[in-house]
Write a protein that binds this ligand. Structure first.
Ligand SMILES: Cc1cc2nc3c(=O)[nH]c(=O)nc-3n(C[C@H](O)[C@H](O)[C@H](O)COP(=O)(O)OP(=O)(O)OC[C@H]3O[C@@H](n4cnc5c(N)ncnc54)[C@H](O)[C@@H]3O)c2cc1C
Length: 380
């Protein structure tokens, strides 16, 4: 096993770290309060190649590997998980889905802009009655010959308001169950496609999450992704890669909180000494450091599996399950180490604690990850 990063990996990690410190840190508290994220910052992430990290340069991407992707995700998430979820959805769920399964025409028309950040993408699977049980799709797409007509509601859609391109999963033939599901490319502004108000959330408040309505939306046949009936498999395949992104987001949130807690513990004095000299605090730091490093190994393993062309369904589920648990537990500890200061916005750890929770919920809850892992374990 070789754990060393290449020069290119170090370069891209440092670029992301520098961007996070200089561009994301200023205003992160205000963005969280106001639930906003300026287009200007999205454009800058596009200019740095973060919006299409793994996409082939012939489609405008950075042509890097999954290891580079998780390194960037970790650095952005240390400072602003709202920025990193935008990056993750655009890369893993939208760009990857189109590059791996789209037609050449779809790639030329949509991927080339998504990979540079000129366009932003959203992935629309969840519905009011189809979350963990994604096969219970109520949204329908009726085949009308040269086009489909989509009707239904999608909820919890990340980048829901700011996107230009929406990959929408819908039922085309109920009788066929999950084999009667398809994925479609829907453009903002198509008649009958409406975006609901922004959700008021606990965490990742800078990321815009919306309910979407589809009322007789006409989508040309050439906007279907893959063969007829490929939609559910498409969703599961893209989500597998998405989980690597969310695992690295969780890792970054945990690492960001740990770095702040370590620094604070060396400065804050109680009972005549820095609090890191009290064993109760020192042992918390030891646990945090160990668990974060373990999470990083799982995240790297999942990314490595993807880069090697190995199946990464299990390793991405394990990385997400574990890293999100570490993020939740260790951000709580980071608040504890900060005492009263941990409870106010100025010290950042309370935001990281709020942001951590979503990593146990989206792109498959922790319970769903355990279903994926246990099936893999039992199947052998
Ligand atoms: C901020 C945010 C952003 C999101 N972004 C997107 C997005 O961009 N695109 C998208 O399509 N979706 C998105 N989602 C939706 C997200 O993926 C779902 O919320 C998630 O999959 C859980 O579905 P649910 O909310 O319907 O919960 P439910 O499925 O109703 O689950 C409720 C609880 O029951 C548990 N549960 C359910 N089934 C089982 C089972 N078989 N065994 C054990 N436990 C079970 C769950 O783990 C959970 O604890 C987002 C959600 C949020 C909150």
């Amino acid at each position: 096993m070789d754990f060393s990063l290449t020069e290119e990996h170090i370069m891209i990690r440092d670029a992301a770290r520098d961007f996070a410190q200089t561009e994301l840190l200023p205003g992160v508290i205000e963005r969280d309060n106001a639930q906003t994220f300026p287009d200007e910052l999205v454009r800058k992430m596009g200019d740095l190649g973060f919006m299409g990290i793994m996409v082939d340069p012939k489609y405008g991407g950075s042509g890097m590997d999954a290891i580079s992707y998780v390194l960037i995700m970790e650095e952005l998430s240390k400072i602003d998980a709202s920025a990193s979820v935008m990056v993750s959805v655009n890369n893993s769920l939208v760009c990857y889905g189109l590059e791996a399964y789209g037609t050449e025409e779809q790639k030329q028309k949509y991927l080339t802009k998504l990979a540079t950040g000129e366009s932003i993408g959203a992935f629309c699977l969840s519905e009011p009655e189809a979350g963990s049980d994604a096969t219970s799709q109520k949204t329908t797409a009726i085949d009308m010959g040269d086009h489909y007509v989509i009707n239904g509601t999608k909820n919890w859609i990340t980048n829901g308001g700011r996107s230009d391109v929406y990959l929408v999963i819908a039922q085309t033939d109920r009788e066929k169950g999950h084999k009667g599901i398809n994925a479609f490319i829907v453009e903002k502004g198509m008649p009958g496609f409406d975006i609901g108000p922004k959700e008021d959330k606990l965490g990742i408040r800078g990321s815009d999450t919306h309910t979407l309505q589809f009322n007789d939306v006409k989508v040309p046949k050439e906007n279907r992704i893959g063969e007829d009936g490929f939609g559910f498999k498409f969703a599961m395949k893209t989500l597998s890669g998405g989980r690597i992104g969310i695992a690295s987001q969780a890792l970054g949130i945990a690492a960001g909180a740990y770095e702040l807690a370590l620094k604070y513990s060396k400065e804050r004095k109680a009972f005549g000494t820095e609090i890191c000299n009290h064993q109760a605090i020192a042992f918390k730091l030891a646990d945090m450091h160990t668990e974060i490093e373990a999470a990083r190994m799982l995240v790297m393993k999942a990314a490595w599996d993807k880069d090697q062309g190995n199946n990464y369904d299990m390793s991405s589920a394990m990385a997400k399950l574990y890293a999100s648990k570490v993020a939740m537990e260790q951000t709580v500890e980071a608040v504890q180490i900060h005492g009263g200061n941990g409870f106010v916005k100025e010290y950042h750890v309370e935001r990281l604690m709020r942001d951590a929770k979503i990593t146990q919920i989206y792109e498959g809850t922790s319970e769903i990850q355990k279903i994926v892992i246990s099936r893999g374990v039992i199947r052998g």
